[in-house]
Write a protein that binds this ligand. Sequence first.
Ligand code: ADE
Length: 238
Amino acid sequence: MKFYILTLFPEMVEQGLTTSIIGRAVANGLLSVEAVNIRDYTTDRHKKVDDYPYGGGAGMVMQAQPIYDAWCAVKKKCNSPARTIYLTPQAPVFHQAMAKELAEEENLILLCGHYEGVDERVLEEIVTDYVSIGDYVLTGGELAAMVVCDAISRMVPGVLTNEESGTTESLEGGLLEYPQYSRPEEWNGKKVPEILLSGDHAKVDAWRRKQSILRTAERRPDLLDQAVLTEEERKEWA
Ligand code: ADE
């Protein structure tokens, strides 16, 4: 899978996506991340990429030309049709199912905005998907692009080792993950739940399932409607 990130701050995404698990996947050739500097494509003599908004108002708007030319250059390198994601708070909020779906793509182009926005005409021309990472405003799309790339990457087969890729993890089946414990058995006067030491796998699984449901009900009740629960589970814990 190949990510192309169109940005005015390529070093930011390069540093963020070349360490840890994503960095390992890049080194292994499972993924590639190419940060494309939009400024390299401006035809302006002074390397300008933004201008005042028509109609007035605060701030600057990123101009269409450099973005479009950067996008065309990237598009040429993709041998399959590539979706283009624009990171903006004015969009549906990213979630795990989107990450899974996007992980099936061969190429993805992500556009990071800055200043007060991007000329609408270029968005109309190139963007296939508008994605927000939450209801707050960041100074630019770079952190959002990194979040989205990270979540997609770990869904690409081979990126996580077997050990890293619990299928029973947060948000699988629409539930939050159960609490986890490691050694020692007692820490700060707190004991690990007895059942986890029992060696009875069926009992452990049942306990974890219940904890997942209780935790979801407590912390993210909004997820419960969509979660896959038996009638009994719903009656007792949800
Ligand atoms: N750019 C600025 N804020 C953002 C957000 N919340 N999500 C995605 N892109 C953004």
